[in-house]
Write a protein that binds this ligand. Structure first.
Ligand code: ATP
Ligand code: MG
Length: 572
């Protein structure tokens, strides 16, 4: 491609964009915004997108996926059948046709694919079946301010699998998981697959693939020594240590803590570390109030509370409920002398303390020298807190650190959630009607592109991995008005094309500085510069990532290029 004719309008600065990927994709002329969260892919951006899509296709096809294309407009009846017309929330774009019939503009396609299969597949003999598509999705996101990371119109690969039994679903899930590992590795992302909470489905029912990047909205727990990773909701906390010392415990005593509400205020006032206090929080678990205790320096993990009690909903209780149970407002609640008897749950770290400071269920008062078991009873103990930076890895004992992550993919065992609601089934070996058992598997293609930029850039621009770079080679003629340079560059361009390389040829009559600045922004892995030394038969070859550069004889460029490309993704 000749750059002179290409639509790649670079910008030296951009106004609003916060995220690096957003800034660089705008500045490099890869994308343009049409409206909030809605983007055009310009030619360079579209090439990158295509490459990611192609890798996704290859890996989906490899595990037996069949590509199809489902419609974007969905009749409301389908969404009413699944129940999601009302529950999906304000992210769902809705519209009417000329006859006032309501439609959804597809944010995801479980309903549409389930409707398709119930009409076409009636026998277990056709199962399992994996279908996928790559398509624009529409979600009226609340804060679409991160460029391609969170669009209102964005590109997703969504796959759905249909099975006659659980084992078959588990098998496909494993294959899909492996395919995702391959995809994200191939596009050059540093990522972790983390188990997520699957709500009512239970078991290892869902994993999220997280690209590690500071711009991420999610927190990823990783071990610095082994490959353990998890999301905060799910990360188990390894055994807890006693931090309260081993001295004999004195009698429990009530102390005045005037206007000291927060853990920090009370600890400071009593001149003790926050870990000596216990936080007491009232939750409503499936509507029933329970008191949950964690150490003052820890945070309650409501998913763990919910799962420990085999419940489906766990939420903080309102002020009135707290008052009814404790006889005091939040901040002074504790497990000793509750007004109303409720179930008491204590994190294992609380149980390991010799003594604690807790709220006295009375405004401006706390109890000190409180011993679990002696001064208050506990119904259930277990791991109830969030893992923290510096905790020990539950696998290997190494040090845990918390990183930011961007969810680029999601695999999920749906079970019969949609097939039952939409009466979609097949006949089993005995001729009996059974609902399909389903899985769904998404990849944010456009989000993945932005995630790669978040991880691969420097102060001058993007650094594309070879696998998804818009072009492999950027050929730059420093001065097109110089006959030798122009001629050498033109000849090289033809040779590179003939050898089958994807080449962008900067044949513009621009100043050298402009050309190099644009080249850095574009981030094409290998640069070949035809400059003043062309007269001596030399050009410069240079790698965008490592900065390695060398003068090479023009006639050796084609011979040496494979070696340069091989090294292009190496740091330095
Ligand atoms: P998030 O929590 O980030 O909103 P989600 O849970 O809503 O994601 P899914 O419904 O699982 O996402 O969609 C599948 C994939 O599509 C996600 O893993 C993500 O990579 C991508 N995705 C979701 N919403 C967007 C968006 N608004 N813009 C770009 N990609 C998105
Ligand atoms: Mg979402």
């Amino acid at each position: 491609m000749r750059q002179n004719n290409m639509m790649a309008p670079t910008l030296r600065t951009v106004g609003e964009a916060e995220m690096i990927s957003h800034q660089l994709l705008l500045r490099g002329g890869f994308i343009r915004q049409l409206a909030a969260g809605i983007y055009t892919f310009l030619p360079l951006g579209y090439r990158v997108l295509h490459k990611v899509e192609q890798i996704v296709r290859e890996e989906m096809d490899r595990i037996g996926g069949q590509e199809l294309l489902l419609p974007t407009l969905h009749p409301a009846e389908l969404w009413q059948e699944s129940g999601r017309w009302d529950t999906y929330g304000p992210d769902l774009f809705k519209m009417q046709d000329r006859h006032d019939r309501p439609f959804a503009i597809g944010p995801t396609h479980e309903e549409v694919i389930t409707d398709l299969l119930r009409g076409e597949i009636n026998s277990y003999k056709k199962l399992p079946m994996i279908l996928y598509q790559i398509q624009n999705k529409f979600r009226d996101e609340k804060r679409p301010r991160s460029g391609l990371l969170r669009g209102r119109e964005f590109i997703m690969k969504d796959a759905y699998s249909f099975h006659s039994d659980r084992d078959s679903l588990n098998e496909t899930y494993e294959k899909m998981y492996q395919a995702y590992q391959n995809i994200f590795t191939r596009i050059g992302l540093e990522f972790r697959a983390v188990e997520a909470d699957s709500g009512s489905i239970g078991g290892k029912g869902t994993h999220e693939f997280m690209a590690l990047a500071d711009a991420g909205e999610d927190t990823v727990v990783i071990c610095e020594s082994c490959d353990y990773s998890a999301n905060v909701e799910m990360a188990e906390v390894a055994g807890e240590e006693n931090t309260s010392g081993v001295a004999s415990v004195e009698k429990m005593e009530k102390v005045h803590t005037p206007q000291k509400r927060t853990i920090e205020e009370v600890a400071k006032y009593l001149d003790v570390p926050v870990s000596k206090l216990a936080k007491s929080l009232v939750f409503l678990v499936d509507g029933e109030p329970v008191l949950v205790l964690v150490r003052g320096d820890h945070e309650v993990n409501d998913v763990k509370v919910k799962n420990l009690l085999n419940a489906t909903v766990c939420e903080l209780a309102d002020d009135q409920t707290v008052q009814e149970i404790a006889g005091a407002p939040a901040g002074f609640v504790g497990p000793v002398g509750l007004k109303k008897k409720v179930k008491v749950l204590a994190d294992q770290a609380v149980m390991n303390q010799r003594e604690l400071i807790v709220g006295a269920n009375e405004v401006d008062h706390h109890f000190i020298h409180v011993q679990p078991g002696r001064d208050f009873g506990v119904d259930v103990t277990g791991d109830l807190r969030n893992i923290q930076e510096g905790d020990r890895c539950p696998r290997c004992g190494g040090v845990i650190s918390l990183r930011r992550g961007i969810e680029v993919g999601h695999v999920f065992k749906l079970g019969t959630r949609y097939s039952v609601a939409m009466k979609a089934g097949f006949l089993d070996e005995n001729g009996k009607e059974q609902p399909f058992i389903m899985g769904c598997y998404g990849i944010g293609i456009s989000r993945a592109v932005a995630s790669v930029v978040e991880q691969n850039h420097d102060e001058y621009g993007i650094i594309w991995p070879v696998s998804i770079a818009p072009y492999t080679v950027h050929l730059i003629a420093v001065n097109m008005k110089n006959e030798v340079q122009a001629k050498t560059a033109e000849k090289l361009y033809q040779e590179l094309l003939e050898a089958g390389y994807e080449v962008l040829f900067d044949d513009r009559k621009e100043r050298a500085g402009v050309k190099f600045k644009d080249a850095d922004l574009f981030g094409i892995p290998v640069r070949i510069t035809v400059g003043a030394k062309a007269g001596d038969g030399l050009v410069e070859m240079k790698l965008r990532r490592s900065g390695d550069a060398q003068d090479v004889a023009v006639e050796n460029v084609i011979r040496d290029l494979p070696e340069w490309i091989k090294r292009a993704d190496n740091p330095s």
